[in-house]
Design a protein around this ligand. Structure first.
Ligand code: DOR
Length: 430
């Protein structure tokens, strides 16, 4: 079956394309893009007039919680949420139970993702066995099982010698090491950003230095080894500056930032809503501005959600006791449209680079473009549609979002994976 997406604004940075036109899909691949294509009898047609048509969005940083914590999220519910958010591919982090530190767990996650069929699931293996920070995993084994990167995300690799070996070992495979950059001695028992608000609320703080010193260390190790370093969820002004300087020196480093770190400050913690408890924590206004500047000038390569689902009863406790993490798959795109594109901070091309082209490039994934012959992973976005975020309407099993009640525009109309429609926005007439 052929699929024709007609009359949309096609934004594909990999082809330097931003124009109105048609996209034809045949046998799961892009068959034509750009010029007007006359519909034929054997084609399913999507009218994309007024829509933005982009290569499928790719989220480099998602916790799907399966195996082991299916009460928070499963591969099926998480990938359904991804599809609803416009993501055609997600990278699944390894802090599962058991940890994704061996062939069988990685294989299980990949297979489960394939069976669910809502989004491509690319597993990220662990750097160290059991995420213990001591003994490296068998990288060749993990790669043969299908990992696209390795990370101990959720925890830092505290021992610099272990991190150095990981970068060296991964280098010949050109496999990125994804760093959760945090000095745990400095973050201590902090539960939010250390600053004026933590003092006012009487909560223990996590200083910006806990991130900065770890980012500096990892950049120096990448520089020394030549291994590929990707910094997860950077959130401080100094971290952005360190990445900027490292790139100028030619260090093989890339970085991502989350929607919550460019839309919220530590002021959001006033009121003690535990869905604002996240690691790294929501920072100061100055940090938010630096992250936005980093997204705009290309210092930060990707927007990733760090979708971290938790059960309601786990979050419904005192702020100090709640687990870190918030969900992001279904709000990321409208936050980018409303907070970055609409105010003119980013162009559509820049936003698509951050959410599709660059993640594909960093992880060497097949998608990220609508070039003829590419897999037909496509997101069709209604840039004008405005809706209020409602916890009840979320597809994710978890509801820990700090964005409930926000009025946002720019929601997904269709998500297409390998030529199949995996998500279509419900209309009144449906
Ligand atoms: O807030 C967070 N939650 N940060 C992390 O690094 C891990 C994540 C989780 O797994 O819940």
């Amino acid at each position: 079956m052929k699929l024709l997406i007609r009359g949309g604004r096609i934004v594909d940075p990999a082809q330097d394309m931003d124009r109105v036109g048609d996209v034809l899909v045949d046998h799961g691949k892009i068959a034509a893009v750009g010029d007007v294509i006359e519909p034929a009898g054997d084609m399913q047609v999507i009218d994309a007039k007024g829509m933005v048509v982009t290569p499928g969005l790719i989220d480099m940083h998602v916790h799907l919680r399966e195996p082991g914590q299916e009460h928070k999220e499963t591969i099926e519910t998480g990938t359904r949420a991804a599809a609803a958010g416009g993501f055609t591919a997600v990278c699944a982090m390894p802090n599962t139970e058991p940890v994704m530190d061996n062939y069988s767990v990685v294989h299980y996650v990949r297979e489960k993702g394939r069976q669910a069929g809502y989004a491509r699931v690319y597993p990220v293996g662990a750097i160290t066995k059991g995420l213990q920070g001591k003994e490296l995993t068998e990288l060749a084994d993990l790669i043969s099982a299908g990992v696209v990167a390795v990370s101990d995300d959720g925890r830092p690799v505290s021992n610099a010698a272990v991190m150095r070996r990981a970068l060296e070992y991964a280098k010949p495979f050109k496999l990125p090491i994804v760093s959760h950059a945090e000095d745990r001695d400095l973050s201590g028992d902090g539960v939010m950003h250390e600053g004026t608000v933590s003092t006012k609320l009487g909560l223990n703080g996590i200083p910006a230095a806990a991130e900065n010193v770890a980012v500096a260390r990892d950049i120096l190790l990448a520089e020394a080894t030549g291994g590929k370093l990707h910094l997860a969820h950077i959130s401080t002004a100094r971290a952005v500056e360190l990445v900027r300087q490292a790139k100028q020196r030619g260090v093989p480093v890339t970085a991502e930032a989350t929607p919550h770190h460019f839309t919220l400050t530590h002021e959001a913690v006033v009121g003690y809503d535990t869905s604002t408890k996240v690691n790294p924590p929501l920072r100061s206004q100055e940090d938010v501005e630096a992250v936005i500047a980093g997204l705009k000038d290309g210092t930060i390569d990707a927007i990733a959600t760090d979708h971290a689902p938790h059960a309601e009863e786990e979050k419904d406790v005192e702020y100090d006791l709640a687990p870190f993490g918030l969900i992001g798959l279904e709000t990321a795109l409208p936050l980018v449209v409303t907070k970055l594109i609409e105010p003119g901070i980013l162009s559509w091309k820049q936003a698509v680079s951050l959410m599709s082209t660059n993640p594909a490039r960093i992880l060497n994934l097949p998608g990220g473009t609508l070039k003829v012959g590419s897999p037909a992973d496509i997101t069709v976005i209604n840039p004008e549609l405005r809706q209020v975020v409602s916890r009840d309407k979320l597809v994710s099993k978890a509801k820990n979002t700090p964005f409930a009640g926000w009025s946002l525009q720019g929601w997904t109309e269709y998500t297409i994976v390998g030529g199949s429609i995996v998500y279509r926005r419900q209309r009144k007439e449906d």
